[in-house]
Design a protein around this ligand. Structure first.
Ligand code: ATP
Length: 233
């Protein structure tokens, strides 16, 4: 469904990504892991149209995304939950969620109900200002806002950042639910163990290039991954 080929991207004249080939299939959870500064966020930004690639192609459901701005990429069915969640802190949970459905002409009430069903804690806090939510609730709200756009693919950057392990497990379980409802997930994650355990397939990005790829299990037991990212030999 998502096919990235020979992608290069960066900021101004500074190249960050080199010769990236990556795919995400229908109803697949794919993890992207790698050390700080490897270019994981940059890759998601290139897909969502925040930055323009300098080379290569990004094709989604058979259509090239090049030249599209983020709003158009959302309309094509890709939601991007950015690192740091980027909620509108002064708006309520309800208002933040509704902003995710900005481009839909019909009523988004069924989508709204679905998000609340997925994250009941948000349902109890719909009129609370997003800036006063806990870190975990903010992440739920950010994912919920992404889901409100009715994506076919949701890309989540650093799901676990700053969250307690049991909460991370709960959120990862929700990704499994999201997938079972028909969506694909591209997950950028610092918690390499959790990401590889959940994902069917994964890529390891090192200094802007794909260093390894394989099934989640293959990479979880790969010697190089264990030494570099899991701290075990
Ligand atoms: P982390 O895990 O630390 O978030 P990452 O793998 O997501 O890292 P990126 O955020 O994509 O890495 O950063 C890759 C490189 O691009 C880094 O060297 C970073 O300094 C640089 N970079 C990121 N954003 C910008 C920007 N807006 N302008 C210039 N350089 C940037």
């Amino acid at each position: 469904m998502l096919e990235i080929k020979s992608l290069e991207a960066g900021y101004g004249r500074i190249g960050v990504l080199w010769d990236i080939d990556l795919t995400v299939g229908e109803q697949e959870i794919v993890a992207l892991v790698g050390s700080n500064g490897a270019g994981k966020t940059t890759l998601l930004r290139a897909v969502s149209g925040v930055i323009a690639p300098t080379k290569g192609s990004i094709v989604f459901e058979g259509r090239d995304l090049s030249g599209l701005v983020p709003e158009q990429v959302v309309r094509r069915g890709i939601a991007h939950v950015p690192e740091g969640r980027r909620l509108f802190a002064g708006l309520t949970v309800r208002e933040n969620l509704k902003l995710g459905a900005f481009h839909l002409k019909d009523s988004a009430s069924a989508d709204f109900d679905r998000v609340v069903e997925l994250f009941p804690r948000l349902g109890e806090r719909l009129d609370q200002i997003a800036g006063s939510l806990s870190g975990g609730e903010q992440q739920m709200c950010a994912i919920g806002r992404g889901l409100m756009s009715r994506p076919k693919l949701i890309m989540i950057d650093e799901l676990s950042l700053g969250l307690a392990p049991n909460l991370v497990d709960q959120l990862l379980e929700r990704l499994e639910t999201i997938r079972s409802e028909g969506m694909s997930v591209l997950l950028v994650e610092q918690d390499v163990d959790a990401a590889l355990t959940l994902a069917e397939r994964a890529y390891v990005l090192e200094t802007g290039q794909i260093a390894l790829e394989g099934s989640g299990d293959e990479l979880l037991f790969d010697k190089r991954v264990r030494e570099a990212y899991l701290g075990v030999a």
